[in-house]
Ligand binder design. Structure first.
Ligand code: ADP
Ligand code: ASP
Ligand code: MG
Length: 815
């Protein structure tokens, strides 16, 4: 004998019921079956809503009733041949009329007692089981129907009645002893009290009905057929990467279901565990999938963490005060109060000082619990020995579950550090002495991030998902996205990094996709996006609250640079090639560095100096290892180097600058390069990263440009002025040639002073042969005294800048 249970989605409509019938008919060839069915999907919720509306004199309960009626009539019409429908349709109508009478009663009386509520809720299973039993009879003559209320007897604790196993087991055994049907269909969830009043076994209780029957009949198997491929490592609706657990012990499954894995109603395990009956969780919509086997076997060499589950809508109540110390019985009184109010305590922690005790209950119980506790301790509160209880709502419990966790050290440490890195604040912790479960209480808004990041840490072979929010998709941004697209596979396989672009924005449009934007088509996706707005962008990033979030600024925009603070404060890393923030007022630069440290959110800007060259990272390493930078000499402008390397008798200054722009070597506004501001910003950033405090106006900037050129207000006017002053540039060139020198735009720092400007570089100087758009930096330090540490290479260009941004992102991934 096998017991099969089909849940709400499995029997949601005629189409799904046909799948159920296929499974049942197939299995009935080999075994006798009891088939327990739930109400059609959502019907119990609709009944609850209709009853609540009726009791509050809201006539719209009638519309809900009509919806319920239609669902069932539709299913019946599709499952039963027309010639046989009429008597069955009238039966359904009679049931609906009965339900209507009860709802009318609630409406007239304006009340809904728990007893009436149970009777109303029982209609979901009464209707579904009737229709399914009739449909099965069409295909399998030797099938029968039995109303569970006649076999499962409970006390009359309405809403979640307690089963009287002695009587129930006997009734079930007697009934099946004299029944030879190959398949018996029964409604789940519903039962009756000893005096025959309708009761229910608690929401989700059809699983329990099936387990009670399996236990009473010593069934060979209990199969729970649902809408997912088994019990997953985490709720698959929230954690996309969750996967089915092949085998799990009763205790582990019980722990997971108690802590929110809704796929199995927690009490279900008890009746079958005693008889050692295995439970299979299977998917009605993918019957060939293996599913999960729950049994007494503990797989000792398996992964120590079996699954992660969570319970929403939690309230923490803390009772504390000096009056609790050493006074035995405070906790006893606390729990007695809660038990008296029928409040289920889900979570308990007590500091060893006994100074405070903290419990977790459902939000719905919070008010009653608070009043009852404050009343019970009213004398101590009046005497200031105990404080009125502290109530914190809208929290969530997350639990790691696994029987083998006790044999592994450091799991809780790993759990806490993983949450900490993602700025998930842990409000309370509990670990049972069995070490089968480590639970933490966190804020409800962090639940998705917490579940995903923990799942990644414990189940995904250490794959780390990085979520990028990219602003700016010009030359560099475009290359950056291209590079991500090309490297995605390599990063996953070799560095275990899953890089996703979740948001893209240019100055006009923006687009968010929580599942990662398909980078192949990013241009058209962005074009069809919503209107860009920096504030909405930030609030979307915050709202998504994804793990390992990184804001990537690929603009040269000052207002964007002013938003970094908001990201860092949310524990969102910032990677930027935009130099404005780090070269702004020193206090602002310092503040961002401090926020990065305080919120554990990396702030990386390698591409601020020398594009993709590892200059800033090198300075950081020098300083971290105790070296001291005494002098810096550098050519830091790829664009100016390109310009002065190509400017000769045959190519005018104007044309060379224009060409530099076309090739993407200059800033969008070329004046920023030619005025020396860009170089000044770069040397300033190097100086600051070397540990010195300096402001931009302390840098001596002797411009080689005629003032009139620098005062132009548009690119067009600027280029015109370059033509106008062509002779000025030719004179500079001639002077250099005369001295047998080359023109280089040099940045220097020595003895606490910095300068930038055009210099005549003689043949024997390391800068003389600097090619194309290359950059070069010489660091003279305590350790590099005579021979400086030298970094040289392409210092401008979209591809190298993009790869520098990429490197910063990977640095974050490797932490
Ligand atoms: P049924 O109506 O078949 O009883 P339920 O809705 O009660 O189905 O339970 C199945 C649902 O449980 C899944 O669709 C899934 O959303 C949810 N769920 C939560 N946690 C887990 C988990 N760890 N494994 C599988 N499903 C889970
Ligand atoms: N129909 C009931 C509910 O929705 C029981 C069940 O589906 O298990 O709670
Ligand atoms: Mg269920």
């Amino acid at each position: 004998m096998k017991v099969l249970k089909f849940g709400g989605t499995s029997v949601a409509n005629a189409q799904n019921i046909k799948l159920v019938l296929d499974i049942v008919i197939n299995k009935a060839k080999k075994d006798k079956l009891v088939v327990v069915v739930s109400a059609f999907s959502k019907v119990t919720d609709l009944l609850q809503l209709a009853a609540a509306k009726a009791a509050s004199n809201d006539e719209s309960f009638k519309e809900i009733l009509a919806e319920i009626e239609k669902k069932h009539l539709d299913a019946l019409k599709e499952l039963i041949p027309v010639s046989e429908q009429s008597s069955l349709l009238s039966h359904i109508k009679r049931i609906i009329n009965h339900l209507e009478t009860l709802l009318d009663g609630c409406f007239l009386l304006g009340e809904l007692s728990p007893r009436t509520s149970d009777t109303i809720l029982s209609f979901g299973e009464i209707l579904s089981s009737y229709i399914i039993a009739e449909a099965l009879k069409q295909n399998l003559k030797n099938s029968d129907y039995k109303d569970s209320r006649e076999l499962i007897k409970t006390n009359n604790q309405f809403g979640k009645a307690t089963v009287n196993f002695e009587i129930t087991n006997q009734l079930i055994a007697d009934y099946f002893a004299s029944n030879d049907a190959q398949v018996v269909i029964m409604p789940g969830f519903i039962a009756s009290s000893l005096d025959g009043i309708n009761t229910t076994l608690g929401r989700g209780g059809s699983d329990y009905t099936a387990a009670i029957i399996a236990g009473a009949l010593n069934a060979s198997d209990l199969e729970i057929w649902t809408d997912v491929n088994g019990m997953f490592t985490a709720n698959p609706k929230i954690v996309k990467q969750a996967r089915p657990i092949a085998t799990i012990s009763y205790q582990e499954a019980m722990e997971l279901s108690h802590f929110g894995a809704k796929v199995l109603y927690p009490p279900t395990i008890q009746p079958v565990l005693r008889k050692n009956i295995p439970i299979h969780i299977k998917n009605t919509f993918e019957p060939e999938a293996e599913g999960t086997l729950i049994s007494s076997k503990i797989t000792s060499n398996s992964h120590p963490v079996k699954g992660i589950s969570h319970i929403d809508n939690i309230t923490l109540i803390t009772l504390e005060g000096s009056g609790m110390i050493g006074v035995s019985g405070s906790s006893k009184r606390l729990f007695e109060v809660l038990s008296h109010e029928n409040i289920n305590v889900i979570f308990i922690t007590q500091a060893s000082s006994e100074h405070s005790i903290c419990i977790g209950i459902l939000n719905a119980d919070a008010e009653v619990a608070e009043n009852a506790i404050n009343k019970a301790f009213e004398i101590e509160i009046a005497q200031s020995k105990i404080d009125p209880c502290i109530v914190e709502k809208n929290l969530c419990i997350i639990a790691l579950v696994g029987q083998n966790m006790k044999n592994h050290q450091g799991l809780s440490g790993k759990m806490f550090s993983t949450l900490g890195k993602n700025n998930v604040n842990i409000r309370a912790i509990a670990q049972g002495a069995s070490e089968r479960n480590i639970s933490v209480v966190i804020n409800e808004r962090d639940v998705k991030k917490a579940l995903n990041t923990l799942h990644e840490r414990f189940f995904e072979d250490n794959i780390k998902q990085l979520n990028l929010f990219v602003m700016g998709v010009g030359n560099v941004g475009e290359k950056f996205i291209d590079q991500i697209n090309k490297q995605k596979k390599f990063l996953k396989e070799n560095l275990k990094i899953n890089l996703r672009v979740v948001a893209l924005s240019n100055s006009r449009k923006m687009h968010f996709d929580e599942d990662g934007i398909a980078l192949k088509d990013w241009q058209s996706i962005l074009e069809n996006g919503e209107t860009a707005n920096k504030e909405t962008f930030i609030s979307n990033v915050k709202k998504l609250n994804l793990r390992n979030s990184i804001f990537v600024d690929i603009t040269a925009n000052e207002s964007v640079s002013k938003t970094y603070e908001q990201y860092l404060k949310q524990n969102i890393a910032v990677v930027t090639c935009n130099k404005i923030a780090c070269s702004s007022a020193y206090d602002n630069y310092k503040n961002l560095k401090n926020l990065s440290r305080q919120y554990n959110a990396p702030f990386l800007f390698e591409t601020n100096v020398g594009a993709g060259l590892p200059i800033i990272d090198t300075v950081k390493n020098l300083i971290a290892s105790g070296d001291k930078v005494n002098k810096i000499q550098a050519v830091l402008s790829g664009s100016l180097n390109f310009i002065f390397n190509n400017f000769d008798e045959n190519n005018s200054f104007h044309d060379v600058v224009k060409e530099a722009g076309v090739q993407g070597f200059t800033e969008p506004d070329p004046k920023i390069d030619l005025s020396g501001i860009d170089v000044a910003r770069k040397i300033l950033i190097l100086i600051r990263e070397s540990g010195y405090k300096m402001e931009i106006d302390e840098i001596d900037n002797e411009s080689f440009m005629p003032l009139e050129c620098l005062e132009t207000t548009s690119n067009e006017a600027f280029f015109e002025s370059l033509d106008k002053h062509a002779s000025h540039f030719v004179a500079l060139l001639k002077k250099a040639l005369l001295k047998d020198c080359r023109l280089k735009y040099v940045a220097q720092f020595e003895n606490g002073k910095a300068s930038v400007g055009l210099q005549f570089i003689p043949k024997d100087h390391p800068f003389y042969n600097l090619e194309g758009k290359d950059n070069i930096v010489l660091f003279f330090t305590d350790r590099y005294v005579d021979q400086p540490l030298l970094i040289k290479g392409a210092g401008a260009g979209a591809a190298v800048t993009a790869s520098g941004i990429f490197a910063d992102v990977i640095r974050i991934g490797n932490v």
